[in-house]
Structures are given as C-alpha cells and as structure tokens.
Design a protein around this ligand. Structure first.
Ligand SMILES: Nc1ncnc2c1ncn2[C@@H]1O[C@H](COP(=O)(O)OP(=O)(O)OP(=O)(O)O)[C@@H](O)[C@H]1O
Length: 124
C-alpha cells in the first residue's frame, strides 16, 4: 500500500478503535447506542420517509459525536491532572452541556418524526 493509503488506513483504524472503546467503556455512550437502535427499529417499522430518515440519522450522529467529544475532553482533563479545579469542572461541564444540547435536539426530532405515526397507530 502507498504511504498515503497506509496513513489513511491507520487513521481510520484509530477512529474505529475510539468508537469501539467508547462503546466498551462509556455507560452513557452505550445508552445512546441502544436509544439509536430503538429509533432505527421504529423508523423501519413505521416506514418513515427518506427525508425523515435524514433527520433521525442527523440526530443520532450528533449525539454520538458529542458523546465521543465529551469522552475525549474528560480523558484529556484527567490526563493533565485529577486534582479538583474550577477550570477542569468548567471544561467537563461544557462538554457534557454539548451532549445535552444534541440529546434535546434528538428528542425533539424523535417526537416530530415518530410521534405522529405512533399516535395514529395506537390511538386512532
Ligand atoms: N478535576 C475536577 N475538578 C472539578 N470538578 C470535576 C473534576 N472532575 C470532574 N468534575 C466534576 O464532576 C463531574 C463528573 O465528572 P466525571 O469525570 O466523573 O464525568 P462523568 O460525567 O461522571 O462521566 P463518565 O461517567 O462518563 O465518566 C464533571 O462534570 C464536573 O462537574
């Protein structure tokens, strides 16, 4: 393999390892992965439109990406020092806030996209 290709392959393997490690070690990430699996299952079952799939996938990707960045911030902060410090708290709280924002967006998308067909199915 050429140098460029092997560098790309290594970068891809590292990125994949980061995702796999988060799945293995981060409780919150596993929760989001399970939620995503349920949403995808519901989307298939309710046969949502292609446009709605884009919203659902955007919401899932946003939460996963924010959760991975949150994990990276937590580990980088702890790598520097585990001492209690207001800046360490601020960095971790901000990163957690990013996850919260994307999770709220995902809940809204889920309610808009899956709410009406679920309502029709169970109550009409
Ligand atoms: N070094 C620190 N200095 C001050 N406050 C901290 C420090 N480390 C953590 N905290 C506070 O504790 C909270 C939880 O931090 P922690 O590193 O345990 O992450 P977590 O949210 O429990 O995530 P996880 O369960 O994925 O490890 C942070 O959001 C922050 O408010």
């Amino acid at each position: 393999m050429s140098g460029w290709r092997s560098r790309e392959a290594r970068a891809f393997r590292s990125a994949w390892a980061g995702l796999a490690e988060a799945l293995r070690t981060e409780r919150h990430f596993r929760f989001h992965a399970a939620a995503a699996a349920i949403v995808v299952g519901l989307g298939l079952w309710l046969d949502v439109s292609r446009q709605d799939w884009l919203w659902l996938l955007l919401a899932i990707a946003g939460v996963w990406a924010a959760e991975l960045i949150n994990t990276a911030v937590e580990r980088a902060v702890d790598r520097i020092s585990t001492d209690v410090h207001p800046l360490a708290k601020s960095a971790k709280d901000s990163a957690a806030g990013a996850v919260l924002v994307t999770a709220m967006f995902a809940v809204a998308v889920g309610a808009f996209v899956l709410g009406p067909p679920l309502w029709r199915m169970f109550f009409q």
